[in-house]
Design a protein around this ligand. Structure first.
Ligand code: NZQ
Ligand code: ZN
Length: 387
């Protein structure tokens, strides 16, 4: 096990009706609050009105900036930074999914920085401070409600890049699974693909002696798969929605990666599809992860063998390690198909004529991966396996 440090400052209020905790979280702590949200799902569901009522109860002055798009854009971040600076806003409240949260984190960084916010994403600058970000979560997927990450798309340059720093972990997150009942099937399972991918990025490691986190990862994956199957039958199952929401946070708050080198190649390879074609994040992962697995499994056969046996219950009686590993990869791919997710460029109707350009952009900050280091040639081969 490697040395590690972890900082988990996010206060979480989980469960039915927890929106009524918002006024207490704000009152006396923040005076001017920016509600930052997406394309209107929170207005349709009535959550927007509930948030406004709570903020009024807390005596806060309310500002709002909607219009965050899936794969949030740098241009709206810049607009938010100007607004926050001009009005002296002291809390950014993201109401929505990962895009509203990531955009809020970028505004929180940019509003108090003396450099351009994009420099943090390019890795040219490290964040020194940030305004606090609060979250009312409506979509379990990215884990951004408690994570150290923010991913922003620079639409002019066709680049989708992330910054990772404890400074941007949200200060609080309200998580009521009831709000997730309005998620349609495709978004529900794209979120689940993302949650599983956050675990897989940590599970596939060469670090030895990580028994506890191995088993935490395996248990979380099994629970997500089980509850995904329940939702595949009935999207209105509150208890399954609650399990998925909790898993989404656990998958990406850092606990499952303690003491182990993480991978993250598949995420970065997938980001290029979102940057060029606007593909939903979880869909990029249902396409790329199985292909990545097929490309790298021989580099750590034992681990892929363990995945097959412990997560999918594949029997190793009389089979070689390689056959068992391949059965595990197949079982994962079949699960993704079972819940209706595309697992190839073709199934997602994506063109295949810009693979080299995407691979070049994927390595803009250096080679990818922990389990196997990947260069441009490797990444092109992974795209080809996903066609
Ligand atoms: O915009 P609105 O109208 O709110 O609709 C949204 C949006 O169209 C809709 N939605 C959200 N909650 C809903 C709902 N529709 C009905 N009922 C609800 N309860 O869902 C759509 C997608 O929302 P979005 O926030 O874009 O999705 P997600 O949470 O998957 O966020 C994706 C972004 O997060 C990044 C991704 O790369 C992508 O840019 N990630 C962030 C991470 C982090 N910060 O730690 C890690 C992840 O790996 C990921 O990269
Ligand atoms: Zn993700």
């Amino acid at each position: 096990m490697n040395n590690f440090s972890i900082y988990l400052p996010t206060k979480i209020k989980f469960g039915k009706g927890t929106i009524n905790k918002l006024s207490k979280l704000v009152e006396g702590n923040y005076k001017k609050v920016l509600i930052h949200y997406g394309g209107g799902s929170i207005k349709k569901s009535g959550l927007y009105d509930e948030v406004v009522d709570e903020l009024k109860k807390a005596g806060a002055q309310i500002y709002e900036l909607g219009g965050v798009k899936p794969n949030p854009r740098l241009s709206l971040v810049r607009e938010g930074i100007e607004l926050v600076k001009k009005e002296g806003i002291d809390l950014i409240l993201a109401v929505g999914g990962g895009s509203a949260i990531d955009s809020s984190k970028a505004i929180a960084l940019g509003a108090v920085a003396d450099v351009d916010v994009w420099d943090f994403y390019l890795g040219k600058e490290r964040p020194k401070r940030a305004l606090p970000v609060g979250v009312v979560l409506t979509y379990p997927a990215t884990g951004s409600e408690a994570s150290m990450g923010s991913v922003i798309t620079n639409e002019e340059e066709g680049l989708k890049l992330s910054v990772n720093d404890d400074m941007i972990r949200p200060t609080f997150a309200i998580m009521d699974p009831t709000y997730t009942l309005t998620l349609p099937k495709d978004l529900t399972f794209a979120g689940i693909s993302d949650i599983l991918s956050h675990i897989l990025e940590r599970y596939f490691t060469n670090t030895p002696n990580v028994d506890l986190t191995d088993h935490l990862c395996e248990a979380t994956m099994k629970s997500v798969i089980k509850n995904a199957r329940i939702l595949n039958e009935n999207l209105d199952d509150y208890n399954a929605r609650a399990e998925i929401m909790l898993a989404g946070t656990i998958a990406h708050n850092g606990i499952l990666g303690l003491g182990r080198e993480e991978d993250w190649a598949s995420h970065n390879i997938g980001h290029q599809l979102s940057a060029l074609y606007g593909t939903t994040h979880g869909v990029t992962l249902s396409i790329i992860f199985p292909a990545w697995m097929k490309y790298v499994y021989l580099d750590n056969l034992d681990r892929f063998n363990q995945f097959a046996i412990n997560v999918f219950g594949i029997s190793d009686a009389g089979s070689s390690k390689e056959i068992v590993a391949l059965e595990g990869i197949k079982a994962y791919e079949e699960f993704l198909k079972e819940v209706g997710l595309p697992t190839s460029f073709e199934e997602a109707n994506l063109p295949s004529d810009r693979l080299e350009e995407m691979a070049q952009k994927a390595v803009i900050k250096g080679k990818l991966g922990g389990l196997k280091k990947l260069d441009v040639e490797d990444i092109i081969k992974i795209y080809e396996l996903a066609l």
